[in-house]
Design a protein around this ligand. Structure first.
Ligand code: NDP
Length: 267
């Protein structure tokens, strides 16, 4: 029987992870079965226990269970997952559950390798202070930006996040007046409301990149970036890169992400 993996979340019907991992498995000739499991909001641990009992070898964890997944680990947790306090990848190894977080490295690889953009020395703006922003802030800081500001609709959350991880500053969008950035990363879910974060005019530096972690559709933030003359990219590359990192953890093989990303964009 093929080894079993799954993405577990709520909701999870929209997840592209099963398709991505099926492509990786085909490319690397791995015999595995990757499904999607919607866990009840009050039943994450129960769902995981059932999946493990049914032979599950590993799982990707998505909204809203990433912090519960962190608490669920009783085996080794990688340093990068410890740094962010949330887990998106579980490995079931014998009786133990190991945890990792591949979102940060996925974002960094997409920006620096796929899009060929440097982070070191650059002025970076991270929008949002939810799980996604929390997961990528420490890895972004480790890439040595010249300056990194966090902005959020609820300003206090950005202040707390910036202080906890040692970012340059954190606050509301008003505080960005007069600032300019080379890399602007939207880690909010504003796109779901068909809105963009309320950025003041002039924040896109010449040659800037506007990056939306949202994926698979054009968002008001991407339109804003283009209107300001910046390059605009969605989070499809991050999604594929974080998946490749999970795949490597489970199977010991790194798939080639470029053809899978190209095929995902054509879908
Ligand atoms: P959360 O619900 O944890 O956080 C949502 C954030 O968005 C909060 O900071 C919230 O601000 C802000 N926000 C919501 N609506 C608006 C609005 N209308 N205007 C301004 N700010 C708003 O979500 P996550 O952090 O988990 O996810 C955020 C996004 O990142 C999602 O779109 C998700 O799909 C994407 N993502 C993509 C990944 C990828 O691989 N490409 C991986 C992980 C996430 P406030 O605090 O004021 O409520």
């Amino acid at each position: 029987m093929a080894d079993r993996y799954a993405v577990i979340g709520h909701p999870v019907a929209h997840s592209k992870s099963p398709w991505i991992h099926a492509e990786f498995a085909r490319q690397t000739r791995q015999d595995l079965d990757y499904g999607r499991i919607e866990a009840p909001l009050d039943g994450f641990a129960r769902t995981l226990a059932e999946f493990r009992a049914a032979g599950g070898r590993g799982a990707n964890i998505t909204l809203p269970f990433k912090d519960q997944a962190f608490a669920y680990c009783d085996g080794a947790v990688t340093e990068r997952a410890l740094a962010v306090g949330v887990v998106n990848t579980l490995v079931f190894d014998g009786g133990k559950v190991q945890g990792d977080n591949t979102d940060g490295v996925g974002l960094l690889r997409d920006i620096t390798v796929n899009l060929g953009r440097a982070i070191a020395g650059k002025r970076v703006l991270l929008m949002g202070a939810g799980g996604a922003a929390q997961g990528v802030l420490a890895p972004l800081l480790a890439a040595h930006p010249g300056r990194l500001m966090v902005a959020n609709r609820t300003a206090e959350k950005a202040r707390v996040l910036a202080q906890r991880y040692g970012a340059s500053a954190g606050g509301g969008y008003d505080a960005l007046r007069g600032e300019q950035f080379d890399l602007l990363i939207n880690a909010t879910s504003a796109g779901l409301d068909d809105a963009a974060p309320p950025l003041p005019a002039g924040v896109f530096a010449p040659g800037a990149l506007g990056y939306d972690m949202d994926y698979g559709r054009d968002t008001p933030f991407l339109a804003l970036a283009r209107a300001a003359g910046a390059a605009a990219h969605d989070g499809s590359g991050m999604l594929v890169e974080q998946a490749a990192e999970s795949f490597q953890l489970w199977r010991g093989l790194r798939p080639d992400t470029a053809p899978v990303l190209a095929a995902l964009r054509r879908r």
